[in-house]
Design a binder for this molecule. Structure first.
Ligand SMILES: [Zn+2]
Ligand SMILES: [Zn+2]
Length: 447
């Protein structure tokens, strides 16, 4: 790479220095099991169970890592998870809630009454990326989720709490919206709250994830000979070009965490023919559901304007795969997560330490807009290793990955047990969720 094409690292360097400085200010919460007298025995049991699972979880995440499968094709991964769960006495349903490579198992206490007791879902992803395998570390998510479920069940059987634990295998996250399909197939019916982790270069209790919509826009004009009768044409590529320029100009007026990406996938075939059609593929992202809707409508206006200016028409298809929504991190649950991690020697930093601008999108956002939820990030790599890189894929099968999976299994199990047992926590989480606007359904609000 010569100097002209080498991107400046100045912003990233400052961002990283800022993160490092803010991280240094965060003091590890001084949490002792004694601070949780009601949970003392279940938390200890969950931790003990998670630690005992280390060999099984190591084998699981290593196996999935060695056999990466793409969205909707995770048959082998599904089978590996099912085998592990069945070997421990659980009955597992496969292909539930409308997605063939999903799975579901649950455990209810003998006295469980859905009218009086709570149900918590622990989610496990296991899809990989084309070409670079488990570069998003979903093999670790699977191990953490399965480990959390097993550890929580083990602790719950020894307690006098009533409730239900559900493990949901949720495939097809990468580039798709597997969880939204499963939501439409009833995945969250009877679920009070949902939790999962994601591996990363930092331990973060609440990280920003942007909502994302996809849009395909095709302009239709009139073909004409570009030299002999150009005045008889209507140039669809001009329309696509104007829409592309207008999105570029709109960026100055967008909220800092909004994102617009577009490529022209069809712009005609030959300079001597005025293009009859031209197509743009567009992603629209935003930090909040409301701002996602607003930004979508500005893009709609741009398409209409470009069509009007050029005498073309435009067809548009929003969300070929259902939209993914921003994650609404529940702070009541995130704080509890932070305490569980402190017991493991991890400092899960709160929101605001890592900037919201360093954000991608996930279909767990849709879950978090329907029930109180957390999606903490767990450190498995050096902080300068980005998700979706070959380097991160290597870290996803490292000893650090195993440590992260076991720590996460313990922490998720502890939070799950508290959701069932701690009425004050459950009430606070629910009230916070309602105060943030209650439910937002992609199927109802965005079609
Ligand atoms: Zn990813
Ligand atoms: Zn991911």
């Amino acid at each position: 790479m010569d100097d002209r094409t080498r991107p400046s690292t100045a912003f990233l360097d400052h961002a990283t220095a800022g993160i490092t400085a803010r991280m240094a200010q965060v003091t590890a919460p001084d949490v002792l099991l004694d601070a949780y007298p009601a949970q003392r025995s279940t938390w200890a049991a969950a931790t003990e169970a998670a630690d005992a699972l280390e060999p099984a979880l190591t084998e699981l995440l290593t196996d999935l890592h060695a056999h990466p499968e793409l969205a909707f094709e995770e048959h082998r991964s599904q089978a590996v998870l099912v085998e592990l769960l069945e070997s421990r006495g659980f009955t597992v349903k496969q292909g539930v809630h409308g997605v063939g490579t999903s799975l579901r198992t649950s455990y209810s206490t003998a006295g469980f009454d859905p009218a009086r007791h709570r149900t918590v879902a622990i989610m496990a992803e296991y899809d990989a990326l084309p070409g670079i395998g488990h570069a998003c570390g979903h093999n670790i998510i699977a191990a953490a989720g399965v480990g959390a479920f097993l550890a929580a069940v083990s602790a719950l059987t020894e307690s006098d709490t009533d409730g239900r634990l559900v493990l949901l295998g949720t495939p097809a996250e990468e580039g798709h919206s597997g969880k939204e399909y499963m939501i439409r197939g009833g995945m969250l019916d009877g679920i009070d709250m949902a939790i999962m982790i994601h591996p990363f270069g930092y331990d973060i209790a609440s990280h920003a994830w942007l909502g994302r919509r996809t849009l395909t826009a095709t302009f239709h004009g009139v073909a004409a000979h570009a030299s002999s009768q150009p005045f008889m044409g209507r140039n669809a590529l001009d329309a696509a070009s104007l829409a592309y320029q207008a999105m570029g100009l709109l960026r100055q007026q967008m909220a800092p965490s909004d994102r617009l990406h577009a490529v022209i996938t069809d712009g005609g075939h030959r300079p001597s023919v005025i293009p009859e059609t031209a197509t743009l593929s567009i992603y629209v992202r935003s930090l909040l559901t409301d701002s996602l809707v607003d930004l979508s409508s500005r893009v709609d206006d741009i398409l209409d304007g470009a069509a009007l200016m050029t005498g073309c028409t435009v067809d548009r298809t929003w969300d070929v795969h259902p939209a993914t929504l921003p994650i609404r991190n529940n702070q009541a649950l995130a704080t509890r997560w932070t305490d569980t991690q402190a017991l493991r020697g991890r400092v899960a930093v709160p929101a605001g330490i890592v900037p919201d601008s360093l954000a991608a999108s996930t279909d767990f956002g849709n879950v978090s807009q329907l029930v109180p939820a957390i999606h903490p990030m767990v450190k498995v790599s050096p902080s300068d290793v980005a998700l979706h890189t070959a380097a991160f894929a290597e870290w996803a099968a490292s000893p650090e990955a195993t440590h992260a999976a076991v720590d996460s299994a313990a922490g998720l199990a502890q939070v799950a047990l508290d959701i069932l047992a701690d009425d004050d926590l459950a009430r606070a989480a629910r009230e916070e969720f309602e105060a943030a606007g209650g439910t937002f359904s992609v199927a109802e609000e965005l079609g």
